[in-house]
Design a protein around this ligand. Structure first.
Ligand code: F6P
Length: 363
C-alpha cells in the first residue's frame, strides 16, 4: 500500500477535517503511505486534469478544530448516477464509474477512503462490488446510520441546537409566545429528541411520530389556561401531521436530495388555524447546525475513525465501514451499514425519559 485517496461526500459535518487529519497522521506514523484528497468527493479525481490535494502533515496541521472539509464536498458527485446538464437545462444521469476506476488506477492509488453518509456509503458499496479497494467512514449530523452507535457531528449539532433553543426560551417567556424551532433530521428525529430533552421543550415533533394537531393545540392551550403561558416546540424538518405530507421540495440542479426546510412555518399555520391560544413564531435553524468548530467529543470520535480507516486500508479490509459500537471503534461491512436507517424506535429509552419530563410528541 503506497498511495491512498480520501474523499468527503454529501452534506458537510463538523468533524470531517478531524477525520482527514486522523488518516494523515496515522499514515505519517507508519511512514509508508502517501495520502491525497480528491476535491469535492469523486469530482476531483474525475476532472481533467484531476483536482487533488496532498494531505501531508503540513496540509492537515490544526485542521481538526475547523468545521467543514478542506477538500470540499458535494451532493452532485455520484459517479454511478452522475448529473449531466442537457441543452434544455434539465439533467440526465450517466454512469461514470468505469472512468472513475480507470482514473484511480492511473493516479496510482491503491485504495480509497470515502467519508460520507448513507448515500455516500451506498456508492462505496457499489464501487467495492465493481472491484475498488474502498473503506467507508460514516458521517452525518442526523445520526441516522444504523451500523454505528454514533456519527461525529451529531453531538455538535445537538449542542448548537440546544444553545439556540435556550435563547428562544427567554424570548418566548418574555412575550408569552409559542416559539417553534425547526432542526435538521430528514428521516430521523435524533437531533430533535436530544435537543428537546436538553432544552426542556414542552413539545417535540419528530418524523417517527406523526402528530395530531388537535393534541398539540390542546397541550399548548392547557399551558395558557394556567396563566400567562409560553411554549417552546422543537420540530424535526422531516416531521409531518397524521395524514399529512412532509414539507419539502423536489431535488433540483442535479442534486440528489429532496430539500427539506419550512415545516416550522407549516406548523405555525396549523396552530393558528386550530385555535392555538398563544401568538406563534417560528425559527428554522438550517445549516447553522452543520457549521463551525466540532465539539471535543466529535473531534475525538472523528480522529479515532480516521485512524481506524487507515488501519483497515493497511490490513486490506476493503468493503468495510468504520463503526463506533459499545464505546469502541470497530468495523462492519458496507452492505450491513447501508441496509437500514437508524431512526428513533418506539422503545428507545429517551422517548420514555422525554414523556416523563412532560414533553408531548403530539400523539
Ligand atoms: O443529511 C444531513 C442533512 O443535514 C439533513 O438533515 C438535511 O436535510 C440535509 O443534510 C440538507 O443538506 P443540503 O442542504 O446540503 O442538501
Amino acid at each position: 500500500m503506497k498511495k491512498i485517496l480520501v474523499t468527503t461526500g454529501g452534506g458537510d459535518c463538523p468533524g470531517l477535517n478531524a477525520v482527514i487529519r486522523g488518516i494523515s497522521r496515522a499514515a505519517k506514523h507508519y511512514g509508508d503511505i502517501e495520502v491525497w484528497g480528491s476535491k469535492e468527493a469523486f469530482n476531483g479525481i474525475m476532472s481533467t486534469p484531476p483536482e487533488l490535494v496532498r494531505l501531508n502533515k503540513k496540509a492537515t496541521a490544526g485542521i481538526h478544530v475547523r468545521g467543514g472539509t478542506i477538500i470540499g464536498t458535494t451532493n452532485k458527485g455520484n459517479p454511478l448516477a452522475y448529473p449531466k446538464l442537457q441543452p434544455d437545462g434539465s439533467f440526465v444521469t450517466i454512469d461514470r464509474s468505469k472512468e472513475l476506476l480507470k482514473k484511480i488506477k492511473k493516479g496510482g492509488f491503491d485504495a480509497v477512503i470515502n467519508v460520507g453518509g448513507d448515500g455516500s456509503q451506498k456508492i462505496s458499496q457499489e464501487l467495492y462490488e465493481k472491484g475498488l479497494n474502498i473503506v467507508g467512514v460514516p458521517k452525518t449530523i442526523d445520526n441516522d446510520l444504523s451500523a454505528t452507535d454514533r456519527t461525529f457531528g451529531f453531538a455538535t449539532a445537538v449542542q448548537i441546537a440546544t444553545d439556540c433553543f435556550d435563547k428562544l426560551v427567554t424570548t418566548a417567556e418574555s412575550h408569552h409566545r409559542v416559539i417553534i424551532m425547526e432542526v435538521m433530521g430528514r428521516d430521523a428525529g435524533w437531533i430533535g429528541l436530544h435537543t428537546a430533552i436538553a432544552g426542556g421543550a414542552e413539545i417535540c415533533l419528530i418524523p417517527e411520530i406523526p402528530y395530531d394537531i388537535k393534541k398539540v393545540v390542546k397541550k399548548i392551550n392547557k399551558r395558557y389556561k394556567k396563566g400567562r403561558g409560553f411554549v417552546n416546540i422543537v420540530i424535526s424538518e422531516g416531521a409531518k401531521a397524521k395524514d399529512g405530507e412532509i414539507t419539502g421540495s423536489a431535488a433540483a440542479d442535479g442534486d440528489t436530495h429532496i430539500k427539506f426546510g419550512g415545516v416550522a412555518n407549516v406548523l405555525r399555520h396549523q396552530l393558528e388555524a386550530n385555535g392555538c391560544k398563544g401568538q406563534v413564531r417560528s425559527t428554522i435553524l438550517g445549516h447553522i447546525q452543520r457549521g463551525g468548530t466540532p465539539s471535543a467529543y466529535d473531534r475525538i470520535l472523528a480522529t479515532s475513525m480516521g485512524v481506524k480507516a487507515l488501519e483497515l486500508v493497511r490490513e486490506k479490509k476493503f468493503g468495510q465501514m468504520v463503526s463506533f459500537k459499545n464505546d469502541s471503534i470497530t468495523s462492519v461491512t458496507l452492505k450491513e451499514a447501508t441496509e437500514e436507517y437508524n431512526v428513533v424506535k418506539m422503545d428507545n429509552y429517551l422517548l420514555d425519559v422525554a414523556r416523563k419530563m412532560g414533553i408531548s410528541f403530539g400523539d
